[in-house]
Design a protein around this ligand. Structure first.
Ligand code: NAP
Ligand code: MG
Length: 480
């Protein structure tokens, strides 16, 4: 039986009045995971109005009380991690173990932002005037519109919603249409933990609802993660009215393997970086730059690993790679591989689109690219496709890694300290891994890209404060 989907508006779980939405299992597309009616424009309006009405009460609630609610929700998520993780796997397609890990990660994020109540809340400066101090205090920005992508259905929402709530904002959230169940699980954990009515509102439905939230005059700030195309349109809409927006966008992340690296470890990490979650991570490795001396060895190592991977149902033990999110995603990934120019060489064998229970599968694929202007090298594919090219030396490798409009994550595999230090200074990315794969983000440190991969302040860690609070500078003269 499919799970019931509902909206959360002003503390009330209710059926939407819009068209029916079914989320399906990408491994078995005939299986409905959850279904329910979507929100209408009128319901978005009610959700935003409720968030605006709840803003003063929530902002005046002691930070410790707000944090306690997040901490209780974290306990609930941990308790349900196995069940929710399998649901995540059925709705999104990543391996069940990864789904369970992601639910636990969401709990960790809630705990981190719960503990923000215990940390310093502002700054005190000396004044050039006698009898005066200058206090810089932090305040909520108000109503935050949250629009999230499909690929981390609970962790990404958690790392936006937890800081929004902890710092005293209220939220209207539109999750990706293909993963509404996990959105409902997170929102339920928070309301069951005692979140007051209207503080978090969940509207499920098409992208146009997201746009309505973003453009609503009562929405004070917007945090978005998703594709560069949608993100740029929202950045433009916010720019037109000077509304702050934080956007985490696409990537084309490079891994660099130099000849002095620990090659077996580098091969393991490149394979994990490229193919975990079927390559549908914003930080996935999609370009491999390998020093020519070891290129054949590294490519052969990766090819052999790919050949041994088991594709199939992500909730079944022994599966290495699950499906991609939709039939459209599968087709566009395949089209990108098939459109590759004449300078490319397919290094893996087998059907690109294997037929397994009619699921949306794409076989992990390794392609050697000689012309780095090929779209396979330049464009985000968001699937299990790794493009590889050879370079003569470390300097060329770093230059090529930077030669991309994107700048989210990069991995460098080397044992050379001088090259490492040079890379730390030169690579224009938001996240740099030395001797580990491009994916992975800890909740207590900043996360986010640079160049076309992001816009606005970083997410997670204390950096999240910069977006979810506004600063007030108070000149405090006590003498007169
Ligand atoms: P997407 O298609 O851009 O969708 C993201 C969200 O925006 C969804 O909730 C979507 O709703 C909504 N949306 C679509 N059109 C909209 C519009 N006109 N106005 C407002 N909202 C709209 O992205 P996705 O396919 O879910 O996720 C994959 C992309 O996200 C990749 O490009 C990936 O690199 C990026 N990503 C980046 C990061 C990062 O941290 N940099 C992390 C994860 C993913 P519907 O689902 O209803 O269409
Ligand atoms: Mg999409």
């Amino acid at each position: 039986m499919p799970e019931d989907l509902q909206l959360l508006i002003d503390g009330e779980w209710r059926d939407g009045s819009g068209p029916l939405l079914r989320s399906v299992n990408p491994a078995h597309p005939h299986e409905t995971v959850a279904e329910g009616a979507t929100a209408t424009g009128a319901e978005v309006e009610r959700a935003v109005t409720a968030a605006a009405a709840a803003a003063d009460g929530w902002r005046r609630t002691p930070h410790h009380d707000r944090g306690a609610i997040l901490a209780r929700a974290a306990v609930a998520l941990r308790t349900e991690a196995d069940a929710f993780g399998v649901e995540l796997s059925r709705e999104e397609g990543k391996l069940a173990a990864e789904g369970i890990g992601e639910v636990r990660r969401a709990a960790q994020i809630l705990d981190f932002f719960a503990a923000e109540a215990n940390r310093e809340a502002g700054e005190l400066y000396a004044s050039p005037r006698a009898g005066e101090s200058i206090v810089v205090s932090r305040h909520p920005v108000g109503v935050v519109g949250v629009v999230t992508p499909f690929n981390f259905p609970i962790a990404i929402p958690a790392w936006k919603i937890a800081p929004a709530l902890s710092y005293g904002n209220t939220v209207v959230w539109k999750p990706a249409s293909v993963v509404p169940l996990l959105a409902q699980r997170l929102a339920r954990a928070l309301t069951d933990a005692g979140l007051p009515d209207g503080v978090l509102n969940l509207v499920v439905g098409a992208g146009s609802l997201g746009q309505a939230i973003v453009e609503h005059p009562l929405v004070d700030a917007v945090t978005f993660t998703g594709s560069t195309t949608v993100g740029r349109s929202l950045i433009a809409a916010c720019g037109a009215v000077a509304k702050p927006i934080q956007a985490e966008l696409g990537g084309k992340n490079a891994a660099i393997v130099l000849a002095d690296a620990d090659l077996p470890a580098a091969i393991d990490d490149v394979v994990a970086g490229a193919f975990r979650a079927s390559g549908q991570r914003c930080t996935a490795t999609s370009r491999l730059i390998v020093q020519a001396d070891v290129a054949d060895q590294v490519m052969e190592g990766i090819r052999a690993r790919i050949e041994s991977m088991v594709l199939g149902d992500p909730t079944t033990a022994g599966t290495d790679v699950g499906p991609v999110i939709t039939g459209d995603a599968r087709d566009s990934i395949a089209a990108a591989v098939r459109a590759a120019g004449s300078g490319t060489r397919l290094l893996t064998a087998g059907d690109l689109l294997p037929d397994i229970d009619a699921g949306h599968y794409v076989r992990p694929t390794l392609v050697e690219v000689s012309d780095t202007r090929d779209p396979l090298w330049t464009d985000e594919i968001f699937g299990p496709v790794l493009a590889v090219t050879r370079v003569p030396d470390a300097d060329t490798a770093l230059r090529l890694a930077n030669d991309s409009p994107f700048g989210l994550s990069c991995a460098l595999f080397t044992s050379d300290l001088a090259v490492t230090l040079h890379a730390m200074a030169e690579l224009r990315v938001g996240v740099l891994h030395i001797n580990s794969e491009t994916g992975g983000a800890d909740p207590h440190v900043p996360f986010g890209g640079t160049k076309a991969s992001a816009f606005g302040p970083k997410e997670q860690g204390r950096a999240a404060r910069d977006f979810f609070t506004s600063m007030r500078t108070v000149y405090l003269q006590g003498r007169r």
